[in-house]
Design a protein around this ligand. Structure first.
Ligand code: PXG
Length: 459
């Protein structure tokens, strides 16, 4: 590899001179220098100093089969040799997106049988937004175009993704969002449940916010509701089991389409292929990306339910939408191989029956009792640790978000990569983690919490 001719310092200097990073304060980065990851294997990543770090985030919620899978590299190589690219416009197709579409229809929840491809989750959500509005226009109801989304939701970083998302700092930089999108409360019991309110009742109340927004606009004006089954970037916020079935009931009552953003939860994360199956719902449309290829290639698949697909096909007319790389043959070849590996190794069943429950118990047994921890929660292999100053009152450290960064920095120094979002630590490891890997992670996190506590209590 050519980078081996460069020292770490040189790479950092070149990075600072030429590379604008995503979601980054560039002045801060240039002062600190970036951490340069050079290689990875199984559950571990390695930085340019050769330090081994256990990757608790599967890259960025995506490397579900872990690193160093030769089979995926071989699938890409073989496809590049045979046909590196051809488009799927103008009545053309290539074999791998064709076969991947059938496979996805087989894995998807009931009634979801068609696929539209892009290269990222953001693109898939752009497509979803355009498609549901196009659907209602084809149905003769162009005024039914409002989308209900949620505060703190994350749906990507394009203009449509940012508009659908509920992140205020992102909205502020947008200079004009896509019109007709409203945001309702999130199902986050830890901070929003009323004193004495059960989880079940809180879930129903959070779902009622969707109904209120529909009634406020008038059902004939509302196209769809969009949400992540479990909010990811917003802090692994796991809704009560009462939430999604009630949201589905409300959507059906008012003939509002149900859009699930499974960019993080898709492909095994919650212990089913899709979180729709975990929560027992049947959405009209599902956005997926990330773990579809385990991050080895950029690819998104928008899974389109029969109702929308039937109108699109039967009413006809061209849907003026698509990307150069829609159905990229190499990305689709890697996705097919990735799904084959997941099936062959039974990774989804393992999360559901073994590592998911073990992870939940390990967090409870080894992390929840720590003085800095207000709550731990998890579903499948997706977890969160709330950092608080005071367990009983849930008081946070100030300034907001600083304590979680302290924990994260200690964790990385302990050889444990996890993410801090606000005052919440997040875990979303590769699905290849075993009970032993979970024990190792908990040990390192507990140590990081102790070290952070010593720092934070000094202040
Ligand atoms: N939807 C969801 C639910 C996501 O998590 C996207 C859409 C957009 O996907 P692309 O491929 O366009 O990035 C995402 C992406 C974080 C973080 O800080 C999370 C994401 C991306 C970047 C950072 O946790 N999720």
């Amino acid at each position: 590899m050519t980078y081996q001719n460069y020292s770490l310092k040189q790479l950092q200097q070149i990075d600072a001179a030429h590379h604008l990073h995503p979601f980054t304060d560039h002045r801060e980065l240039r002062e600190a220098g970036s951490r340069i990851i050079t290689h990875a294997n199984g559950p571990f990543i390695y930085d340019a100093d050769g330090t081994e770090i256990l990757d608790g985030m599967a890259g960025l919620w995506c490397v579900n089969v872990g690193y160093g899978r030769d089979e995926l590299a071989d699938a890409a190589y073989a496809q590049m040799k045979e046909l590196p690219y051809y488009n799927s416009f103008f009545k053309c197709s290539t074999p791998t997106p064709v076969l991947l579409s059938r496979k996805l229809a087989e894995l998807a929840p009931k009634g979801v049988n068609q696929v539209f491809y892009g290269s990222s989750g953001s693109e898939a959500n752009d497509t979803a937004l355009r498609l549901v509005r196009h659907y209602w226009a084809l149905e003769g109801k162009p005024q039914k175009n409002r989308i209900i989304a949620r505060k703190m939701g994350y749906h990507g970083s394009t203009i449509a993704g940012t508009s659908l998302g509920g992140m205020e700092p992102m909205h502020k930089q947008l200079g004009g969002a896509v019109p007709n999108i409203v945001h309702v409360m999130m199902p986050y019991a830890y901070e929003l449940a009323l004193p004495g309110e059960s989880d079940h009742d809180f879930g129903l109340r959070a779902a009622k916010a969707v109904e209120d927004a529909i009634l406020e606009a008038g059902a004939d004006k509302v196209a769809a509701f969009i949400g992540e089954p479990v909010m990811g970037a917003g802090g692994v916020k796991i809704p009560p089991m009462s939430y999604w079935p009630e949201v589905q009931r409300i959507c059906r009552k008012y003939d509002v389409l149900l859009m699930l953003d499974e960019v993080i939860t898709g492909y095994g994360r919650t212990g089913e292929w899709f979180a729709a199956q975990t929560f027992g719902i049947e959405p009209d449309i599902i956005t997926t990306a990330k773990a579809l290829t385990s991050g080895y290639q950029p690819l998104s698949a928008l899974l389109v339910g029969d109702r929308i697909a039937a109108t699109l096909v039967e009413k006809g007319g061209e849907f003026y939408h698509g990307y150069t790389y829609s159905g990229h043959p190499v990305a689709c070849a890697v996705a097919l191989k990735n799904l084959e590996i997941m099936e062959r190794e039974g990774l989804v069943d393992r999360v559901r029956n073994d590592t998911g429950p073990y992870f939940a118990k390990a967090l409870q047994d080894h992390i929840a009792g720590h003085d800095l921890v207000g709550e731990v929660r998890s579903i499948g292999l997706m977890g969160a640790i709330e950092i608080v100053r005071d367990k009983a009152s849930k008081e946070r450290f100030l300034p907001s978000g600083s304590a979680a960064v302290t924990v994260r920095d200690h964790a990385i120094a302990q050889g444990m990569m996890l993410r801090a979002t606000g005052d919440t630590m997040i875990l979303s490891p590769p699905l290849i983690w075993t009970r032993e890997t979970i024990d190792m992670a908990c040990e390192r996190i507990a140590k990081a919490l102790d070290l952070a506590q010593a720092d934070l209590r000094k202040q």
